[in-house]
Ligand binder design. Structure first.
Ligand SMILES: *Cc1c(COP(=O)(O)O)cnc(C)c1O
Length: 384
């Protein structure tokens, strides 16, 4: 379905999808096949081997691309798989300037894997995008931005960063996992590549691991597709189907995540046990004005610290909640609570994480789409 003129919710449900040509099935079939029959060598219907291409995955790639206002979309077997492919656009000696407050797995891959291959990473506070300039060298090839950041919810000005990238001919990658395309479209603001852990809001039901990358640049797309097929971190048809199904409710889920997020952020802010609350929707958030400019809502991700900053107290709280489950991950319909210092950010050295604000009592909430009253009552009984 050609979908450029359609609104977000309609595209979330229909983009990239046609009734199955052989049966009329309204839902895209799970093409559970590894290979495709050819009429004569090289003469086929566009599909040769499923590592390279699968019709269920192609439908998903078109749908995600449509939601990111992108010309091209590619799916990977995880968010990390997508990141791995993107970094492989680089060569030894190339330098990357990355957000300092980064998803722990990204930090781990950059420092523990790719530094061994001679790629150099600089982790920089991008709260003021102009800080990026002082780290640019003749070897800089890429800027890697996460916004809102995980878990401190810093906001980075994508448009200002894109202007710097353009000036120096750098590839700007934005990890858009936290906002989802419903709240933010980095390519519209000048990014070269937008990537997702589709495991989170895009899938939305905590039942699948998947990654995605979108771009408007034909050359970057060709290179990424080549890397994806050569290195093989491509997702199977069942997982593609699950994310395609998840996407159909993305807009409805995100509206509720935003509503619940606001109520819970406000509840936490007035609670006597709570010290800081990190949520970009507060007018006193240092980059609230930028969040308002580049996002259509503030989302359901909130972090907070406890007065006294005790890790034990944070652990106790996280084990007392009953509706919020203690678990890694985010973006599902169900609410989760996590302790970044020992969970998602355990692979980051203590001094580095504390500098970024990931202190001992910091707790992160992925606010789900349950009834807000129940979520607040749950936090209230746990915050004793
Ligand atoms: C989870 C996550 C990733 C990694 O994605 P996986 O699907 O778990 O491989 C990358 N970036 C962010 C911001 C994430 O939350």
């Amino acid at each position: 379905m050609s979908s450029e003129h359609l609104h977000f919710g309609t595209r979330a449900i229909h983009a990239g999808q046609e009734p199955d040509p052989s049966t009329g099935a309204i839902m895209t079939p799970i093409y559970q096949t590894s290979t495709y029959v050819q009429e004569r060598p090289g003469k086929h219907k566009g599909y040769a081997y499923a590592r390279g291409k699968n019709p269920t995955r192609v439908a998903l790639e078109k749908c995600i691309a449509s939601l990111e206002n992108a010309k091209h979309g590619l799916c990977f077997s995880s968010g990390q798989g997508a990141e791995d492919a993107i970094i492989k656009l680089l060569r030894p000696g190339d330098e990357v300037i990355a957000t300092d407050d980064l998803y722990g797995g990204s930090y781990r891959m950059f420092t523990k894997i790719f530094e061994h291959f001679g790629i150099i990473f600089h982790f920089v506070d991008m709260g003021d995008a102009q800080h990026i300039r002082q780290h640019i060298t003749p070897k800089t090839k890429m800027i890697w931005v996460e916004t809102p950041t995980n878990p401190i919810m810093k906001i980075i000005d994508i448009e200002a960063t894109a202007a710097i990238a353009k000036e120096h001919q750098l590839i700007l990658v934005v990890d858009n996992t936290f906002a989802s395309p419903y709240l933010q479209n980095p390519l519209d603001l000048g990014a070269s590549i937008v990537m997702h852990s589709a495991t989170k809001y895009l899938g939305g039901h905590s039942d699948v691991v998947m990654g995605a990358a979108c771009t408007n640049d034909d050359k970057l797309y060709e290179e990424l597709a080549f890397i994806a097929n050569s290195c093989g971190a491509t997702p199977g048809p069942m997982d593609s189907f699950l994310v395609l199904r998840g996407l159909k409710t993305l807009h409805v889920r995100m509206d509720r995540h935003c509503q619940n997020g606001k109520l819970i952020a406000e509840f936490l802010r007035q609670h006597p046990k709570v010290d800081k609350v990190y949520w970009p929707g507060f007018p006193e958030h240092p980059n609230h004005a930028i969040a308002k400019k580049q996002m259509r809502g503030f989302g359901g991700m909130i972090s907070f610290t406890l007065k006294g900053n005790s890790m034990e107290e944070a652990f106790d709280l996280a084990s007392r909640t009953k509706v919020f489950s203690l678990a890694e991950s985010l973006g599902g319909v169900e609410s989760l609570i996590g302790h970044p210092a020992t969970m998602t950010h355990a692979s980051i050295p203590k001094e580095v994480r504390e500098k970024a604000g990931v202190v001992d009592s910091l707790l992160r909430l992925s606010v789900g789409i349950e009834d807000a009253e129940d979520l607040i009552a749950d936090l209230k009984q746990a915050l004793i």
